[in-house]
Design a protein around this ligand. Sequence first.
Ligand SMILES: CC(C)(COP(=O)(O)OP(=O)(O)OC[C@H]1O[C@@H](n2cnc3c(N)ncnc32)[C@H](O)[C@@H]1OP(=O)(O)O)[C@@H](O)C(=O)NCCC(=O)NCCSC(=O)C[C@@](O)(CC(=O)O)C(=O)O
Length: 279
Amino acid sequence: MQHPSNGRPPRYPTSLGTSDASTITLLGHDLAGELMGQVGFGELALWLVTQRRPEPGEVRVFEAVLVALADHGFTPTAIAARLTYLSAPDSVQGALAAGLLGGGSRFLGVTEDCGAFLHEVVAGHAGRLPDDSDEEGWNALALETVRAARAGRRLVPGLGHPVHKVRDPRTPVLLRIAEENGHKGPHLRLFEAVGRVHPQVLGRTLPLNGAGVCGAALADLGLPVGLLRGFALLARAAGLLGHIAEEQRSPLGMDVYLSVDRNAEYVSPQHPTRQPTKE
Ligand SMILES: CC(C)(COP(=O)(O)OP(=O)(O)OC[C@H]1O[C@@H](n2cnc3c(N)ncnc32)[C@H](O)[C@@H]1OP(=O)(O)O)[C@@H](O)C(=O)NCCC(=O)NCCSC(=O)C[C@@](O)(CC(=O)O)C(=O)O
C-alpha cells in the first residue's frame, strides 16, 4: 500500500510507551527489566503525566492524595457502582465506570474545581503573592476570592461536607505532609486562608474538605489543573473496586434498590412536594 507523505511510513511520536515483538518500553525505560517491581504505581502515575521522574517528596504528597480520595464509604459514586453491579454482574467495567462518572462538581470532581479556583487567583497574582509567612496577606487575598465567589452566587469549591460538618480529618494531615516535604505552595496557603476568612463573608463556618485540599496539593505539585479530576478518579477507582468486591462477597445493592422501591409512593404532579423550590 502506498503511504501518504511521499511514500514514507507515517510517524506518531510518543514519550509514553512503545513495544515491539519482544520488549515494552515505557517512559524510555524497559518496562519489564527496569520498572516492574522497582517503581510504585503512584510514582509511575505521576511520572506518566509529568514525563519526568518525580522526587520522593512529590511521590509522598501525591500518594497521600490517592489514599485520601480512595474511598469515603457509601458515597454516591460507591452506591452507583454497587447498583450497576447488581443490575449487570457480568460487567465489572460498567460498575466501575458508573461510579467514576459521578465524580463531579458536588462530590469528588471538586478536586479539580478547587484546584482551578485557587489557580486562577494564584496565576492572576503571579509576582505579587504574599510571602509564605504573611498570614494577613493570604487572608486579604482569600477574602477577595470568597467575596467574588459570593458576588457571583457560586459555591466556594472545597468548602463544606455532608458528613464532616466541623472538620474533615484529611485536611490537616495533607497540609502537614505537604509542608514536611517542601510542597506547601501558594494553592495550599490560599486554601488555608479561605478556611480562616470565609465565615466573614458567608456568615457560617464550613470545613475545608478532603476533595478541596487534594486539589490544592496537586496544583502545588505543578500538575495541570485541567487534569486534576483524573487523579481523583484514579484514586477512587481503587475504592470502587473494593466496593464491587464487597458487593460480590456480601451484596447490599438489592436492599438499597428495594428499600427505595418498596417505599415509593405515588403523588400527583400537582402535589406541593412536587413543585420547584423557590430561590
Ligand atoms: C459538600 C456540600 C454538597 C455539602 O452540602 P450540604 O447540603 O451538606 O451543606 P450544608 O452543610 O447543609 O450547607 C449549609 C449551608 O452552607 C451553604 N454552603 C455549603 N457549602 C458551601 C460552599 N462551598 N460555599 C458557599 N456556601 C456553602 C449551603 O448552601 C447552605 O446554605 P443554606 O441553604 O442557606 O442553609 C456543599 O458544601 C457543597 O456543595 N460544597 C461545594 C462543593 C464541594 O466542595 N464539594 C466537595 C464535597 S467533599 C468531596 O467531594 C469528597 C467526598 O465526599 C467525595 C465523595 O466520595 O463523594 C469524600 O468525602 O471523599
